[in-house]
Write a protein that binds this ligand. Structure first.
Ligand code: CP
Length: 312
């Protein structure tokens, strides 16, 4: 099997078969990271450029590591020291970078739709590393991999996504991915952070966390995206933590073996208490580790030429 698409722009555009194929490839990529030398030459001679117009710790680092583990030449474009500061547009920037013939551009930008626009402009593959509040497909893929590894299957799992659904690209990608893979998804948060018509994506809406987390297999906590809110949507962070934060008391009302997940960065004491983030129920660092494997899989599937097993 091969991916039908040149680009990874969102989970909205991938079929369940393609998602399964990426997850299976990511599982075999994980073996490379367990070798004493965590590197294979599978993509030697290929070039990727990381273009991050927004801050990142996990996504940018794991894209870089993923490339290096497959022998790729990775260039990290620093927009603050680039000619963007002299007024060059994003489109002109990528057209100039394309002239240097990279194989893949990884793009994070605050404007929804930017990755699609760039994918239509350049010959290189484009991977969306987050476009505003639209999608963050590689985050959702690593979330799906984490659930599949822990539970054996995604189908039939009950997942509660809690927090700022309206401004979260992770929520949107997770909803697309989870529902395509057969999970039952519910969302919960303050009414000001639940987008209108979200039910059309196949999710149930709750305004009470206690009710939303009852009998679920996974609780996905989200950060409040203050950088994307143009008006104040909360009385205070303290009140948010009280009514929507996941803490030891809320955890005691959930299933005993519930998985606690969070895409990061976490705001301790707001959407998640430290006693939960650092507990045995937490899969947060497992998600981060799976981010490298998922990004290796995408590089391999988009830029690799053969079907041979790369893990030996
Ligand atoms: N989850 C995530 O996208 O984290 P970063 O913003 O640190 O990349």
């Amino acid at each position: 099997m091969k991916l039908r698409t040149k680009d990874i722009l969102g989970l909205e555009y991938l079929s369940s078969e393609e998602i399964s194929f990426i997850l299976d490839t990511a599982r075999s990529m994980k073996k490379i990271s367990t070798h004493s030398t965590k590197k294979v030459p599978a993509l030697r001679g290929k070039t990727i450029i990381n273009l991050f117009y927004e801050s990142s710790t996990r996504t940018r680092t794991s894209f870089e590591l993923a490339g290096k583990r497959l022998g790729v030449d990775v260039i990290n474009f620093n927009f603050s020291t680039s000619s963007t500061s002299k007024g060059e547009t994003l489109k002109d920037t990528v057209v100039n970078l394309q002239a240097m013939d990279p194989d893949i551009l990884v793009l994070r930008h605050s404007a929804p739709g930017t990755a699609k626009l760039i994918a239509e402009t350049v010959a290189a593959s484009v991977i969306n590393a987050g476009d505003g509040a639209h999608e963050h497909p590689t985050q959702a893929l690593l979330d799906l991999l984490t659930i599949k590894e822990s539970r054996g299957t995604i189908k039939g799992q009950h997942v509660a996504i809690i927090g700022d659904i309206a401004h979260s690209r992770v929520a949107r990608s997770d909803i697309w991915g989870l529902t395509k893979m057969g999970a039952k998804v519910r969302v919960a948060g303050p009414p000001t952070m639940i987008p209108p018509c979200i039910e059309k994506m196949g999710v149930k809406v709750f305004y009470s966390v206690d009710k939303a987390i009852q009998d679920v297999d996974v609780i996905m906590c989200l950060r409040i995206q203050l950088e994307r809110q143009n008006k104040y949507l909360l009385p205070s962070l303290r009140e948010y933590a009280r009514f929507f934060g996941i803490n030891r008391i809320s955890l005691s009302r959930a299933k005993e073996n519930v998985m606690i997940m969070h895409p990061g960065p976490i705001n301790r004491g707001v959407e998640i208490a430290s006693e939960v983030a650092d507990s045995k129920s937490s899969f947060i660092l497992g998600q981060v580790a799976n981010g490298v494997a998922v990004r290796m899989a995408l590089f391999y599937l988009l830029a690799g030429e053969g079907e041979e097993n790369v893990t030996h």
